[in-house]
Design a protein around this ligand. Structure first.
Ligand code: AMP
Length: 374
């Protein structure tokens, strides 16, 4: 008789308290993950190339080394019980090196997909998730053909390494098309239809090893100068849109066999009953638009991510109040205390230099719970 137990996937037992979680990246997300880990009795080891990174202040161990230093990576991986990451541009080789030594959660596949807009779009289409019309562009003739097919206005984006609006140009008409192409050409690009959205929303979902999914409510997001300015919950969306945001995020997390917290950003088009959802992008990590959860949910996105990657049962994400998260960008860090209200809860990242466009902290403003969630 064959022993079928051999064929079952190896069950991972909960990581015991006192274990060490390795985190690739030492920015504010790494810092807040390390604080959440400490609350659950875990130690953290931050791996980051920049000395003096914000997460070092709150973590017992850190390594300052580049992401292609294979020796330093191997030593780091051997000293921790699981590795996670706070940004999606972890080089593929880095992820592979770590996975060969210890558990990486989320794994290599979500990283590979989220790093490349074209792969991401192919993946989303393969599981029937609606996205903006688009075409890959490698040279000027592709670009001209894509312009013909998509029309203007449209948005030209680098396939890789874009964030906060970097690596993208809006093409308003054929006249500025050439300039946009000239500015971004030389790397793989994607031309996307410009979506005249009514609003942008996002959702943060957690999935554990066993496939259980728990979502946070969708937030309504406003960007200024391509940087997230506010995330408000509840989002003003109808029940159908609310349900679709959850079901699409669940479908994505399941298709990736995801472990940890994942964010899905959407464009909402149309109003009232004609609202429709298109996925803009996914982020395989905790996300700025989920920071509101820190002050109004029993378990926030950081605690939930740590629970998921440690194979602890996922926590309750029910929202207990209305909330508006606003980012403190650049110089705003110098004045926010002047008029801080009792219902406003600041979370400050400990960065020394308030450069223009730099995220220095955020404030969650809490209000009594209003309308029922759709
Ligand atoms: P991304 O880097 O793709 O998340 O884009 C940053 C922001 O640019 C989005 O949150 C939108 O506000 C805007 N944007 C990106 N792509 C489009 C599009 N196809 N149509 C309209 N606005 C877009």
């Amino acid at each position: 008789m064959t022993d079928t137990r051999q064929k079952m996937p190896k069950a991972i037992s909960p990581l015991p308290i006192g274990s060490t979680i390795g985190i690739l990246g030492g920015g504010q997300l790494g810092r807040m993950l390390a604080m959440a880990a400490a609350n659950l009795g875990m130690k953290t080891h931050i791996y980051c190339p920049e000395p003096g990174s914000p997460a070092f202040d709150v973590s017992l161990f850190h390594t300052v080394a580049s992401y292609d230093d294979m020796q330093a990576l191997a030593q780091f991986a051997r000293n921790v019980d699981v590795v996670t990451y706070e940004f999606e541009n972890v080089p593929a080789e880095t992820a592979r090196r770590i996975s060969g030594i210890t558990r990486l959660a989320p794994g290599e596949k979500p990283l590979r997909i989220a790093q490349d807009r074209l792969l991401e779009k192919q993946f989303l289409q393969s599981i029937d998730i609606p996205i903006a019309p688009h075409r890959p562009v490698t040279d000027i003739s592709d670009f001209q053909a894509a312009l013909q097919a998509i029309g203007t206005p449209c948005v030209l984006k680098t396939a890789r390494l874009g964030y906060d609006g970097k690596g993208q140009r809006i093409v308003k008409n054929l006249k500025n098309a050439e300039t946009a192409f000239g500015e971004l050409a030389g790397v793989e690009l994607v031309l996307e239809a410009f979506i005249p959205f009514e609003k942008e929303i996002s959702i943060v979902i957690a999935r554990d090893e066993a496939g259980n999914c728990v979502v946070f409510e969708p937030s309504e997001n406003v960007h200024k100068n391509h940087i997230l300015a506010t995330a408000s919950v509840p989002a003003a969306i109808n029940k159908h849109t609310f349900d679709m945001a959850i079901s699409n995020a669940t479908k994505i997390a399941n298709a990736l066999n995801y472990v940890g917290v994942l964010a899905v950003e959407y464009f909402v088009t149309g109003t009232g009953d004609t609202q429709q959802l298109l996925v803009n992008e996914i982020a395989p990590r905790v996300h700025n638009s989920g920071h509101w959860s820190q002050d109004v949910c029993p378990v926030d996105q950081f605690g939930q991510h740590i629970r998921a990657i440690c194979n602890w049962p996922l926590g309750d994400t029910k929202r207990l109040a209305d909330v508006v998260m606003r980012n403190l960008i650049g110089d705003e860090i110098n004045t926010f205390t002047n008029n801080l209200q009792p219902n406003e809860h600041p979370h400050i990242y400990g960065k020394s230099e308030p450069r223009k466009g730099r995220k220095m902290g955020h404030i969650n403003a809490i209000f009594p719970k209003s309308a029922q969630t759709p």
